[in-house]
Write a protein that binds this ligand. Structure first.
Ligand code: GLN
Length: 451
């Protein structure tokens, strides 16, 4: 009830929730109370959570914040959210996001952007909570839920967490089922939580992960006890500092944050090693080919016949064109055109195939680096939260914000963002820890030490 009241009081300003489900929440909470009374409490019993609007929720409108999904109300539940409810969590509603998770500022949502509860000192200007999981980050940061589901294709869990002073982790590709998550780029998409502390993120991630026969890329690996790893410390761990992440024009504050992180880890007994990831500069261009290519294929299903909104024309082609022109926003249309272009015959080898080769090189870089270290430490983003409109007019500027996050997706590796400092204007900055495949434990150990 306290969270429902908080949402009522401030969601009009924050625009974090795009669907509120107070009745459902109270019903689920009452069922929780009964389980607690009978001594059968689950791991998340009674925990009030928000759900990114990308997860299908049975009987609750799910649109990935796109007009093309109209009033689509799924008849089934995503595996990840089902696992949360099975452990006793309570659903408060659906959270704002960039349309189809394409963006870094949540400005492409059909419902308008959510607000970051943080402000620059002395300024009243509204800042973006980041994207695409901007609603999840804004809701957690402003206590409109205890934790939230999010998703990360190129940084959409970690960047919003960094912009709002919260914790976000993307697990190894295949750890969490993609069943019932609206697809963006299937070889990159991963579920994960945004939470208030590293320990909360470990508890939530444990509940979200595990093998699922309904997702063919789901890994048949047991889920470790990550919660215990958070307080294990970093004594004896080797932490790699990739020199290629020291990019041109990196603000001094980000440099200082990174050095501070190094000092903290050294002081706690970690050994710092310099490593090289030579293909880093190709990561962003490769990502912005692979992701749109997969999106153009995935989003072909929105044809006005099967789901959501339709604009009827006088023949089939007109109906497709009318529906897709009206239903998809500008950024989604841009991605679909890029994706279709790089997959077309004549350009496939030059762009898509080349990007896939770069992807392998990036994975090899990480594998080589991990021969001399257990985890990597980097800044999460090249800046703190920015204002609405600041980058919206220039897609390339917006894409550059993802420079430190897309590499983990291209290589399928786990990455956590932990709030580490405030910049000169009082805004939160995040440090990122990237682990080896299936070694989320290293992310939680180092994350716990940085907190
Ligand atoms: N900002 C990146 C993009 O626009 C990543 C999005 C995401 O991780 N969903 O594609």
């Amino acid at each position: 009830q306290a969270f429902i009241d908080a949402i009522e009081a401030s969601n009009d300003t924050l625009n974090a929730y795009v669907v509120k489900t107070p009745e459902k929440a109270l019903e689920m909470a009452a069922a929780s109370d009964k389980r607690i009374a009978s001594g059968a409490a689950g791991a998340l019993e009674g925990a009030p959570l928000g759900v990114k609007d990308l997860y299908c929720t049975k009987g609750v409108r799910t649109t990935a914040c796109s007009n093309i999904l109209g009033e689509f109300t799924p008849t089934y539940e995503s595996t990840v959210t089902q696992q949360l409810w099975d452990r006793g969590a309570v659903m408060l509603g659906k959270l704002n996001m960039d349309e189809f998770a394409m963006g870094s500022s949540n400005e492409t949502s059909r419902f308008g952007p959510p607000a970051n509860p943080w402000r620059r000192s002395g300024s009243n200007q509204t800042l973006t909570p980041g994207g695409s999981s901007g609603g999840s980050a804004a809701a957690v940061a402003s206590d409109l839920c205890l934790g939230a589901t999010a998703s990360d294709t190129g940084g959409s869990i970690r960047q919003p967490a960094a912009f709002t002073g919260t914790v976000g982790i993307k697990p190894t590709y295949g750890r969490a089922s993609r069943y019932g998550m609206v697809a963006f780029a299937s070889s990159l998409d991963q579920a994960g939580p945004i939470a208030k502390t590293v320990e909360d993120s470990a508890i939530l991630l444990e509940a979200m992960c595990g093998h699922d026969a309904k997702d063919s890329t789901s890994l048949p690996e047991p889920v470790p006890n990550w919660r215990d790893a958070v307080h294990r410390g970093v004594e004896g761990m080797r932490i790699g500092i990739p020199k290629e992440y020291r990019v041109d024009g990196m603000p001094d504050e980000i440099e200082a944050l990174w050095s501070q992180g190094v000092e903290w880890l050294k002081a706690q007994g970690a050994e710092i090693v310099d490593v090289s990831l030579p293909h880093t500069k190709y990561a962003l261009p490769a990502y912005y080919i692979v992701a749109p290519a997969e999106a153009s294929s995935n989003l072909a299903r929105y044809d006005g016949m099967r789901y959501g909104a339709r604009v009827s024309g006088d023949n089939l082609v007109n109906t497709y064109e009318g529906t897709r022109s009206a239903g998809f926003g500008q950024e989604v249309q841009r991605r679909l055109m890029i994706g279709t272009y790089v997959l077309s015959s004549g350009y496939y080898d030059a762009y898509y195939l080349r990007a896939q080769k770069v992807r392998t090189k990036i994975l090899n870089d990480f594998q080589n680096a991990f021969e001399s270290c257990d985890a990597l430490l980097t800044p999460t983003c090249p800046s703190a939260a920015f204002a609405y409109g600041e980058k919206a007019g220039d897609p390339v500027q917006m894409y550059l914000n993802d420079i430190f996050t897309v590499t983990a997706n291209l290589a399928g590796l786990p990455g956590i963002s932990v709030p580490a400092a405030l910049d000169g204007q009082g805004l939160p900055l995040g440090l990122q820890v990237i682990g080896k495949a299936l070694d989320e434990e290293a992310c939680f150990r180092v994350g716990g030490a940085l907190e």
